[in-house]
Design a protein. Sequence first.
Length: 390
Amino acid sequence: MIYIVFFSTPYKEKNKTDGGANFARRIIRRMAEYDKKQKFTVLYPDWYEISNTSEPVLCKYINIVWVKVSSILDYDFKRGDILFYPLIYKVRDFKEIVLLKKKNSSIKVFVTIHDLRWLKYEWDKDEKYYYQGMSKLLFLSPVLKRLAYFVVRSLFQKRIVVKCLKNVDKIFTVSNYSMQEIIMLYPRAPVKYYYANDVDAINNVGCCDVANDYVLFVSGGRRVKNLIHALKGFQIYKQKNPESLLRMYVTGIGDELFDRLCDGARVNQKVKGEIDHDQYVSNIQLAKLYNGCKFLLYTTKSEGFGLPILEAAYYGKTSIASNITAVPEVLGAAVRYVEPNDDAAIAEEIFFLCDDNNLKEYENRIKTGIELAIRRIEYEQEMFVKDILF
């Protein structure tokens, strides 16, 4: 029997979406499509309601059986059963797998791990603007915070992850960078690397109604995405090019946090007025934003893959992206790269792509790059599913 764990995928918060959750759904869909005779039992949490509204795509497959459970540890698995975690990224997931194998060593556990960057901690003073209250006070004490991270992550969380890596039967990941992170922790980890699966591109969506040209920044409310340096770079660009009509559009960030980051980046009121933002945008709205933007600005500090670059490319858009971790693996020379904390360099790259000739050159590169990426996705995802099922 093949079981799929659907615990880290749904969210309790209304309207909340996540790239990892969407990745998991696509993998499940591909499994159901690849072997239509095979029954897949999806175990989902008792607080989540499965319906055509909550899971409109997955509910269409008759070979998916939905089973509500309160805890994976309480489920009665049989000898030889396969338990597949489409994506694990929380300590509780790693700990749960260790306990599962201890309880029933005869089951096989397969997992996808996008990255383990959360095990590392690099001090960044600009992150203080993401915190409020007691959290901010703790952050403002570098010694205490570094000590806390060392104790919790190095002495506790890392041990749990290594134990998990020793107990799983197959590990899948989406970049060479992620694979190296895994084998550095446990060199004998049974890990295989496949290019990340396809995105939910929506065709013929038109463009978002945003005045003038704009650069798009997605998931600005997450610290790792490094919006604050993008804001600093954008302001430098606007100060050096006061005649420019370029705007910025940021998704995934509310008013309060946006104001704090603008204050932290010392963005003046004129430039701030040229930046639009939204806490939440639907998939269709996001597609329109990709379709209408001049290019994507992606100054992330760490990524296991870098899906937004691929998403932008589906709509013919290039990116200014971080030159570190897994990001350069996504589309290679079709993207401009920058050190994510170098504000002046970010401004220079914005200036470079605002030149119509330069932008056209990179849009042509994107056309070729996305064609190659789509072929790679189709081939490697079939191999991915085969490795899960056989």
